[in-house]
Design a protein around this ligand. Structure first.
Ligand code: PRP
Ligand code: URA
Length: 209
């Protein structure tokens, strides 16, 4: 079964509090989500392999480290996943970005897959799949399934807030996937919103209703 890593870094928790606050406006909400995404990316990439190289400093030859191994790819789930991309690209500017479009049908709560455009070499990349809200887990599970069918072999799921129900769903449907999250909240409400959560992430990011 996949692991769940909850990032309890004080900066992440502090910023998440203001993200949750209903009085935080669109501009600040967007900025904070990107800041948290950047901090989370720093932690998520901690296991990236390194290899030794030599560089000439002005004084001496030094044995140093550079990143080795597979290249990264980011796959935000549209639309709210877009809100975390810029922050991650600040740390990993060369990462390729694929998009997968899913929305949750408000009546059936089933994910509807409407778009995907991915790097051609997704099978050779370590992918970070980005879904800020892991509620029922239906959208993320469908995205991970679709990406596996398209050839993805190595993926991590990055979320801002998860409900226990969403975590359980991913662990059941995709036991090979680790989940990285800033908070696991109490539960889902009757409309499958995360409680206490932050409301509708897409609407708050883009100022829609
Ligand atoms: C939200 C959110 C997640 C999904 C989570 O997307 O961005 O992708 O709900 O819910 P689930 O875990 O129950 O599937 P939404 O359908 O509101 O679309 P949007 O991102 O376009 O606003
Ligand atoms: N999608 C959101 O944006 N928020 C929730 O609480 C659940 C699903």
């Amino acid at each position: 079964m996949g692991n769940v890593y909850v990032f309890d870094h004080p900066l992440i928790q502090h910023k998440l509090t203001y993200i949750r606050d209903k009085n935080t406006g669109t501009k600040e909400f967007r900025e904070l989500v990107n800041e948290v995404a950047m901090l989370m990316a720093y932690e998520i990439t901690r296991d990236m392999p390194l290899r030794e190289v030599e560089v000439e400093t002005p004084l001496k030859t030094a044995k140093c480290k550079v990143l080795a191994g597979k290249k990264l790819g980011l796959v935000p789930i549209l639309r709210a996943g877009l809100g975390m991309v810029e922050g991650i690209l600040k740390l990993i500017p060369a990462a390729k970005v694929g998009h997968i479009g899913l929305y949750r049908d408000p009546k059936t709560l089933e994910p509807v897959h409407y778009y995907s455009k991915l790097p051609t070499d997704i099978g050779e990349r370590d992918l970070i799949v980005i879904d800020p809200m892991l509620a029922t887990g239906g959208s993320a599970s469908a995205a991970l399934g679709a990406l596996k069918e398209m050839g993805a072999k190595s993926m991590k799921l990055m979320c801002l807030i998860a409900a226990p129900e969403g975590v359980e769903r991913i662990q059941q449907d995709h036991p090979d996937i680790d989940i990285y999250v800033a908070a696991v909240d109490e539960k889902l409400d009757e409309k499958s919103y995360i409680i206490p959560g932050l409301g509708d992430a897409g609407d708050r990011l883009f100022g829609t209703k």
